[in-house]
Design a protein. Sequence first.
Length: 242
Amino acid sequence: MTSNEQRAALQRKIWDIANDVRGAVDGWDFKQYVLGTLFYRFISENFIDYITGGDASVNYAAMADSDPNIAAAKDDAIKTKGYFIYPSQLFVNVAANANTNESLNTDLANIFAAIEAYANGYPSERDIKGLFADFDTTSNRLGNTVKDKNDRLSKVLKRVAELDFGGFDASHIDLFGDAYEFLISNYAANAGKSGGEFFTPQHVSKLIAQLAMHKQTSVNEIYEVPSVFRLPKGKFHAISFS
């Protein structure tokens, strides 16, 4: 699948998810749930790849949380990766049972809180803290009843689970960057947000980068200040050029 095909597939899937929850979740809020779910899937798959050493014959997702091998690996995993996820907390397992889980929203909230808590006392604690702050699974923005919240969360989880790019690391596009750009460009105006304040179009970013690179023989990365492209906790947006 080419990068253009991947990008088109990603945008179609996001629009399909939007249609599933249309009228229930404001577009500006909706983007947080899509991006949060994409991120949850990414760190889950990334952790599986790490904990198994890339060995496809090891099915970490099917292991029991109480497996002594997992307990033995936990400390080293947090020191090395910065975070830890038990098999039952993986995206693949949560998504598989989402339709029938009557406590999906609170289970997700507890999983996110646990992932952050595992890093307490480790060097990565500050980086992990607040990782899922914008992914509020108990918010009334998802619905007034628990059933409504679970129904919409289940739809988002299932749709994101259907994305197939042969693994996030093998993707030919920046999944998060493309998803963010698509969501912002479609919902910023409707949400009454200033495009210049919340979103810098890709062609503008490239022009800024080209101007910054003027007469430079080599530049690895160019950063936009947070006031132009606001990411969680004021983190910088990096644009890399070869």
